[in-house]
Design a binder for this molecule. Structure first.
Ligand SMILES: *[C@@H]1O[C@H](CO)[C@@H](O)[C@H](O)[C@H]1NC(C)=O
Ligand SMILES: *[C@@H]1O[C@H](CO)[C@@H](O)[C@H](O)[C@H]1NC(C)=O
Length: 215
């Protein structure tokens, strides 16, 4: 009796796995998780139907020739709600454009898995928490615009390892600690750091006064 129950349970699990494997689209699932986490009063996400074979026909989504998602374009779309860790599974994503909305909550550290990401545009939202050091793993990143949010904590020194980075803007946040000076930070104008009352000028060897309360 017990043996029979166990084996039927195994069958149920196995068929669920198979159904998912045959009909599922993991990129569609990740984007649908984002849709469910956002409030969308203007219905810009209405075409995001998880029953379609792939998300490539959804509005505001761009795919490459192999049907992998490369762009999410949802700037200026009156969205609120939160980002989701599932976004970190969109391994072909190059452009994540979510600027000028009213998104709250934190930046998921899983975004650091997006090895092909070129542009992370989250500016003009209401995002809080710290900048995840994992973003230093984004070795294709060129544009990192996080300005006009509620971000706290330090600018992770891990970001200075991104050789491709050309534009960094973290102005109008609540960041603290020193501004890194090496790597891509050498060429970023100071105004891209302004209006962070507790951010301390460029790190000067031996001269920087470190804010010990900055975490
Ligand atoms: C944004 O959504 C709110 C409802 O949450 C609505 O009142 C407002 O008109 C919308 N703004 C625009 C520009 O569509
Ligand atoms: C921004 O988010 C905070 C919570 O983190 C909330 O209290 C505040 O109302 C939000 N601001 C706007 C303009 O929605």
């Amino acid at each position: 009796m017990v043996g029979f129950k166990a084996s039927s349970l195994i069958w149920v699990c196995l068929s669920l796995v198979l159904v998912n494997w045959v009909s599922g689209n993991s990129e569609g699932d990740a984007l649908y998780a984002l849709r469910k986490s956002l409030n969308d009063p203007n219905n810009v996400l209405q075409s995001w139907d998880p029953n379609l074979v792939s998300p490539c026909t959804w509005f505001h989504i761009t795919c490459n020739a192999d049907d992998h998602v490369t762009r999410v374009d949802l700037g200026n779309s009156n969205l609120s709600g939160h980002l989701v860790p599932e976004l970190g599974t969109l391994e072909h994503l190059q452009y994540l454009e979510l600027y000028k909305n009213n998104i709250q909550g934190t930046i998921p550290c899983e975004l650091g898995n997006l090895k092909n990401l070129i542009s992370l545009d989250l500016y003009n939202n209401n995002i809080s928490g710290s900048i995840p050091p994992e973003l230093g793993n984004l070795q294709s990143l060129v544009f990192l615009r996080l300005n006009d949010n509620q971000l706290t904590g330090r600018i992770p020194k891990e970001l200075s390892k991104i050789a491709s980075l050309k534009v960094i803007d973290v102005s109008n946040n609540k960041l603290c600690g020193p501004i890194p000076t090496s790597g891509p930070f050498e060429h970023i104008p100071l105004e891209n750091f302004e209006n962070n009352p507790r951010l301390e000028g460029p790190e000067l060897v031996g001269l920087a006064s470190y804010d010990t309360n900055c975490v």
